[in-house]
Ligand binder design. Sequence first.
Ligand SMILES: Nc1ncnc2c1ncn2[C@@H]1O[C@H](COP(=O)(O)OP(=O)(O)O)[C@@H](O)[C@H]1O
Ligand SMILES: [Mg+2]
Length: 397
Amino acid sequence: MLPDYRVRQRDYLLEVMRAISSRLELSEVLKLILQYAVELLQGRAGIVALVEPGDSYQIRATFGVARSLPENLQPMLANAGSVREAASLLERNLVHLVQQAGMGQLEVVWLPLNVGAEVLGNLYILRVRGGEFTSDARMVLQSFANQAAIAVHNAQLYTQLEHEKRRLNQADEMKSTFISAVSHELKTPVAIIKGYAATLNNSAGNWNADTLREGLEIIEDEADRLTELIDNMLDASRAQGGGFKLSPVELDIDELVIKTVRKFQSQTTQHTLIADVRSDMPLVYADEARITQVLNNLISNAIKYSPLGGEIRVHGESTDTEVIITVIDHGPGIQPQDQPHVFERFFRSRNAISSGISGTGLGLYLTKVFVESHKGRIWLESDGKTGTTFGFSLPRA
Ligand SMILES: Nc1ncnc2c1ncn2[C@@H]1O[C@H](COP(=O)(O)OP(=O)(O)O)[C@@H](O)[C@H]1O
Ligand SMILES: [Mg+2]
């Protein structure tokens, strides 16, 4: 038979463990563990620090200490050479802090949180100097720490799983958006090419030279569109795989803007394109093909998404360190709730889809990847009613 106080102790410990193990949120688990540990040790305060991915050591929960404590100590822990070093730094500093704060004769008791051979972190409890622990008390603490470690481990696994689940759902959703966007985009030019080729090939048709040329031009344009679409898809998958190569040269950005604006002006009569750049813009050190794609994407969007026409201005300016290009249109703009998403892969606004404007949602994603790979920034401004301004910067050569 166990003595009475041992039964009470065991029951108490069981109750504590049930409470802790029933939680799955890591922050909640840690909070409970601290609360009980402080109670078990009749302490004043406590801290939990965990080993994080990449072997950093981080304060993850506190009880009864100044809220600024993690902020004050964390930078020091980040500089430690190893987790072991960080753990002993934390312990020493806690003793020091306690003395400074005049919290009386406190000592730091620490309990390792291990699961098997894996070190998850440590629990530090500040308590009134209380002499040695009995072997009994030590056992209770040990079993508390073991159970607590298991609960922490479970919560960490749960967090990981949730994260993975969210990622997979997202990937699934992306895949189906991708397939429907891309198959639609592929089908359209293929159908047009097929239609014109079949018509022109029709032996009954006695085509005059003009009709023939017109048909062939359309076939050529549509084939170009297909190539561009496939290139975009390849770029997107390369960007995701983490690499495409840049071949930077000293680039005259004003010339490139003028050339691109002229090219697009020849394709639309509804819009007035203006290249608002000075000829003495500083050079940038950049990949011409990629920056051409950036301009193409922004200007073609400005045209495509202002179907009623209007002015599209491409403005250039420079600072001491950067060249800044903005593309300003007077289309319907981008709704505030869509703005954070337009640079995401495959994102298309509801407005764009419901107005039947075709696209894959890859253009701005790639544009951002290209600009950022040059160490530039990209942004947008829109009131969601009267137009959109897209801007990007490139460091000066
Ligand atoms: N100039 C613009 N005006 C209004 N909406 C725009 C503009 N540019 C981009 N968008 C919105 O951002 C989305 C993503 O653009 P993008 O990545 O180029 O894909 P796509 O043009 O193939 O749809 C578009 O579907 C559209 O909803
Ligand atoms: Mg686009």
